[in-house]
Unconditional design. Structure first.
Length: 435
């Protein structure tokens, strides 16, 4: 599968040679920097700047407040472009189509302007470079899993920007900092000073196209003006609310494997039944887990498993945004990279499910510090002990999480991440910081 997948990518993107020959790729990076300066010069005196946000899966959207900042400005015209994901991995076509519909509804519910550039007559995805011709393009994934007309290459003479769809905590430096597109984007927006250091050390661009802004995906947790609706299913009496958020890395071909889903999937259903009188459970799988389970289990078994979480009185399935779910929860059990950091913004009890006795090795240096703020679960007894403590209000790691937040998670410049991102773009356009 992995060999076939790589072959598909090489044929689709026609980049097997230019990205593997060091001299050619170095020339590409130099050309990218020149194109960024040219694109900025074009925008300097433009009255209205068109901004396309490319999105394929709701869980990859971290840009609510940036979008609103641009929408409320007279200078920018932002819109979301909804595109398919992972078309070269052989995922079930109906699942891909359903994801597109779910993403469309997700953006529609926010009241954001959007377009689904699919031509139903020709059955082709339209090249927005030819129809909309945006001035700035925001990417929500750096991977070559989308149609080539929505990848960096097609917008190389535009101002191209990337916000990671996850807070980078895993020991996957090449994946997170040395992707082809990440080296070529005009601007990558980094979470913390440690992440800037990772970019300098591990990217071929040596971090030259990285800017420290803070992570906009957690901005909502820092805002006092956000009024959060409660997404939890009503109960007959008060219960503790615990999220179970399994990662998608169940495939032996994945670049790293943090998921414990296959080991814990039956156990977690059992615990939901065991604690039905005292705990509500929300099943919040990574958005790619269902794709991979269908390949492994088949569609019938996968849908049946997901349906069980929807149907029980004290459980629910959450496949879209998780912000409100987090805010109204009491605790979380997970094995996710990004959630290792993001849930710490709320300073609530959290357990990380692990494979072995040395789980910290899968994290980068920043992630290890976040991971240290978690209780660890490898056995059913450890998970039950954590649940019992949540029920009884026992939280021995509260102070440690609070110290981590104050030391590492506050954004720079006494500004919110979206404000820092917009300022960085303005600086490049006005050549205050020329890339």
């Amino acid at each position: 599968m992995k060999i076939l997948y790589k072959l598909r990518l090489a044929l689709a993107y026609k980049d097997a040679v230019r990205t593997r020959v060091p001299l050619l790729f170095k020339q590409m990076m130099a050309r990218s920097q020149k194109q960024t300066r040219k694109a900025a010069a074009v925008l300097r005196n433009k009255e209205t700047i068109e901004v396309a946000f490319l999105l394929s899966i709701p869980g990859m959207w971290k840009l609510d407040y940036l979008f609103r900042l641009m929408r409320d400005s007279k200078r920018y015209h932002p819109y979301v472009v909804i595109i398919p994901y992972s078309q070269y991995k052989g995922f079930d076509s109906q699942t891909v189509a359903d994801t597109i519909k779910r993403t469309e509804q997700f953006i529609k519910d926010r009241g954001f302007e959007y377009i689904v550039p699919y031509d139903s007559q020709s059955h082709k995805w339209v090249d927005i470079r030819k129809t909309l011709n945006p001035d700035i393009v925001f990417f929500t994934t750096p991977y070559r899993d989308i149609p080539p007309q929505y990848y960096y290459y097609n917008f190389s003479d535009k101002l191209t920007c990337y916000v990671p769809y996850a807070f980078q905590a895993m020991n996957a430096y090449n994946l997170n900092y040395n992707q082809i597109a990440i080296n070529l984007y005009s601007l990558n927006f980094a979470e913390t000073p440690m992440h800037i250091d990772f970019a300098k050390q591990y990217s071929k661009s040596h971090g030259a196209n990285f800017v420290l802004t803070g992570y906009p995906g957690i901005e909502v947790f820092l805002r006092s003006d956000y009024h959060s609706p409660d997404p939890w299913k009503p109960q007959t009496h008060a219960k503790k609310r615990i999220i179970w958020a399994p990662h998608h890395t169940i495939d032996a071909g994945d670049d790293f494997q943090s998921s414990t889903f296959l080991h814990n999937c039956d156990l977690m259903l059992q615990l939901a039944k065991q604690y039905r009188d005292s705990v509500q459970f929300a099943f919040k799988p990574h958005q790619l887990l269902k794709f991979k389970l269908i390949q492994l289990w088949g569609e019938e078994r996968t849908n049946s498993y997901y349906a069980q979480w929807q149907q029980m009185e004290n459980t629910q399935l959450e496949e879209s945004s998780y912000v409100d779910l987090f805010i109204h929860s009491d605790a979380m059990v997970h094995d996710s990279g990004s959630f290792t950091v993001e849930y710490l913004y709320l300073n609530k009890p959290v357990m990380y499910l692990v494979h072995d006795n040395h789980p910290e090795r899968q994290f980068n240096l920043f992630g290890q510090k976040a991971f240290a703020c978690h209780r660890k679960g490898q056995t059913s007894d450890q998970i039950c002990s954590f649940i019992d403590d949540v029920i009884n209000g026992i939280d021995p790691m509260h102070e440690q999480r609070n110290n981590f937040f104050n030391t590492y998670l506050l954004p720079p410049s006494n500004a919110l991440p979206s404000e820092n991102i917009l300022n960085a773009i303005e600086n490049v356009i006005n050549c205050i910081v020329c890339k």
